[in-house]
Design a protein around this ligand. Structure first.
Ligand SMILES: NC(=O)c1ccc[n+]([C@@H]2O[C@H](COP(=O)([O-])OP(=O)(O)OC[C@H]3O[C@@H](n4cnc5c(N)ncnc54)[C@H](O)[C@@H]3O)[C@@H](O)[C@H]2O)c1
Length: 337
């Protein structure tokens, strides 16, 4: 049995994954490939392929039974092609929901409470000037949050965790998710709204959309144009769901008071990206899922998922259950016993 990790960072080690695979006598093997052709040539006999896998590569991975994602997003894997070829795709569904929700709130608070600007004033000899400069320098400078409205774009696991925190801050929470029944939102004290209504009413919009063909640039000019004066926009979902040029224009025009972004359309961004130089924008380098706990938990789960597949059992975290009736895993297990 063969498990390969494609183009993993040289600093990444697999000791937690290998510990789960040791009873099967398997260790993860690193592969460096330049393109799909090299991947197929080097991994055609692999049972599990970890990494970025295109539809073209999947068609050539004739023995592969499982392509796991080390994250929640699966946009680096062609899930439709995997399903067509009888290959399971898994993700880390529950492993770092709390981390991302905390990070979204870190961005909301830093942008709303002007954290970076206040720190600069306090640490550059301008302690006594901060209050005088706040309102003239930064228009609509400091929202209260408590009593205001938090709008969540999507109502999946992370958005729900963000909603709970918003309610603890005394915010009214509204959300838009066409795939979650309104009753589910209401049961959690959240008002269901359409996307336009959300942008019109929210003082803070927090985006938790996955990147799919449907969500690409789902948020654009029209939505930013509808936002309330002084509103802020936060994105910890995926950069490509936002028309970033429209976001930049809205910030430059003062339509938005600020933005907090863990994800960008292009990562890492070009140094010329105007977002990198805006005083009212706080950016983190796609780190929302990280904590001491999640860093280990995600790797232990990855090891368990792969071990289950190699034993011919359906692993936890399957994102394409439609594949199960023709999953190659059962056949692979039979062949290996
Ligand atoms: N910044 C990070 O480090 C980081 C970490 C984890 C996850 N993420 C991103 O966050 C996303 C959400 O994670 P999650 O755990 O909440 O996922 P989830 O699968 O629990 O929820 C996703 C939600 O999006 C909804 N959705 C899909 N299309 C929609 C649309 N057109 N309009 C509104 N809602 C729509 C779905 O119905 C679902 O409820 C992931 O897909 C991933 O891309 C980012």
């Amino acid at each position: 049995m063969r498990v390969v990790a494609v183009n993993s960072h040289p600093e990444v080690t697999f000791e937690y994954e290998d510990a789960a695979l040791a009873p099967l006598g398997v260790r993860i093997e690193r592969l460096r490939v330049a393109d799909d052709g090299e991947l197929v040539a080097a991994a055609a006999d692999a049972d599990v392929v970890i990494g970025r896998v295109s539809g073209a590569a999947i068609a050539g991975l004739t023995r592969c039974r499982h392509v796991p994602s080390g994250g929640i997003g699966v946009d680096h894997i062609d899930v439709a092609a995997a399903t067509e070829h009888g290959i399971l795709v898994t993700n880390m569904a529950d492993t770092f929901v709390e981390e991302v929700a905390n990070h979204a709130w870190m961005l909301i608070l830093v942008v709303a409470r002007r954290g970076l600007w206040l720190h600069e004033m306090a640490t550059t000899g301008r302690w006594s000037d901060a209050l005088d400069q706040l309102f003239p320098v930064l228009r609509l400078a400091m929202p209260r949050l408590t009593g205001q409205t938090l709008g969540l774009v999507s109502f999946g696991r992370i958005a729900r965790a963000v909603a709970r925190r918003g309610q603890a801050f005394g915010m009214d929470v509204i959300a838009h998710d066409p795939y979650v029944p309104d009753d589910v939102l209401r049961q959690q004290g959240v008002e269901p709204v359409d996307l336009d209504g959300l942008f019109q009413r929210a003082d803070v919009v927090s985006c938790h959309l996955p990147w799919t063909a449907e969500t690409l640039h789902l948020i654009g000019e029209r939505h930013f144009a509808q936002m309330r004066p002084g509103a802020i926009f936060v994105n910890t979902g995926r950069g490509k769901v936002v028309d970033e040029a429209a976001l930049i224009r809205a910030l430059e025009a003062g339509r938005l008071a600020g933005a907090g972004l863990d994800v960008l359309e292009q990562e890492p961004p070009e140094p010329s990206n105007p977002l990198l130089r805006m005083a009212n924008v706080t950016i983190s380098p796609h780190m929302a899922s990280v904590s001491d706990v999640s860093a280990i938990a995600r790797r232990q789960l990855l090891g368990r998922q792969i071990a289950e597949t190699l034993r011919g059992r359906v692993p936890p975290g399957v994102v394409n259950p439609a594949v199960l009736p023709r999953w190659r895993g059962q056949a692979g297990a039979a062949a290996s016993t």
